[in-house]
Design a protein around this ligand. Sequence first.
Ligand SMILES: [Fe+2]
Length: 380
Amino acid sequence: MKFQSKTEIHYGKNSIRYLEELNAKRAFVVADQLMVQLNMVKMVTDILDARSIPYEIFSEVEPNPSLETVKKGLDCIIATKPDLMIAVGGGSVIDAAKAIMYFCIKTKEQLIERDAIRKPWFIAIPTTSGTGSEVTAFSVVTDSQKQVKIPLVSDTMIPDAAILDPEFTRTVPPFVTADTGMDVLAHALEAYVSKDATDFTDIYAKKAVKEVFTYLERTFKNGNDMEARQKMQAASCMAGIGFTNAGLGVNHSLAHAVGGLFKVSHGRANAILLPTVIAYNARVGNPIHSVATRYATLARELGFPASTDQEGVLSLIAAVTYLNQQLEIPSGFEELGIDPSAYRAQIDTMTKNAMADTCTPTNPRKPQPEDLKALLVQSL
Ligand SMILES: [Fe+2]
């Protein structure tokens, strides 16, 4: 067993000032157009200017970044030769920066000895509280020609430092706060019951679950509640540390399958699936199962009614359902606007994709295709 958490975490109000401590010769900043327009990139480059650190900005990252964009970024980083790389943005920007780093190192490995490669110091500044990408070894890029997602996993992509400055999340609109916040909950709950969960990952997963139940609704209802924003930012990061070590489960496999074919955000798909998946994993209605004990323990710690494991699981499901309602997230994909007949026509494909998903092997209950099919039907 191994637990790893290598990213330095600088957090709290004004933690962006960590950049003032750096000595770098040349920086490479990865962002998207929105981050430029919202002056988030400027908040970074103002410090680089004051420190007289020259920089190049690559701001062409799009949502669900494509391989083509990563290739452009790779050309740019090779030309820039930075000793510092800073990603400012949501999950897509940080994922793109990680992929650029990954291919940059791979390219260098073909040219020079591995020991002679100097990797730029990589700082991630998340501007949404959801993916936890600032601390994980995962990135997803899209091959738009073949219409497939390419998951990348490598320790070389784990950022060296993350800056969790709540000011960078202040302008996130409520529906994005809701979706990304429920993604945090899905990461934490899946990491907690994962087959590869350990005492170490439990600490992060449990704390993240508690913080989501305490602060997500507050953040959704008042985006200027900076205490709640900061707590959600930390929860996202903690859930990231949990799941990069413990893995995820079929909630994410199904969310990837639905999101790959229909227009629904990743976090919203996870939110809709969560109550059904918890019931499936815990075998609600059948003889009690060890996974149910895990969920019930969590429910007890959260102060939900849990005099028996069965009651604890039902309390947790009720709490997730209630939170979804408070966040104005529909209870099914049809209510979200997905055409039910188009959805039903794709159930076999989505089942096949979810069975093959990289998140499925760590699910606490080994699914059969008909199990996932039933979960997809129930979530419509
Ligand atoms: Fe996720």
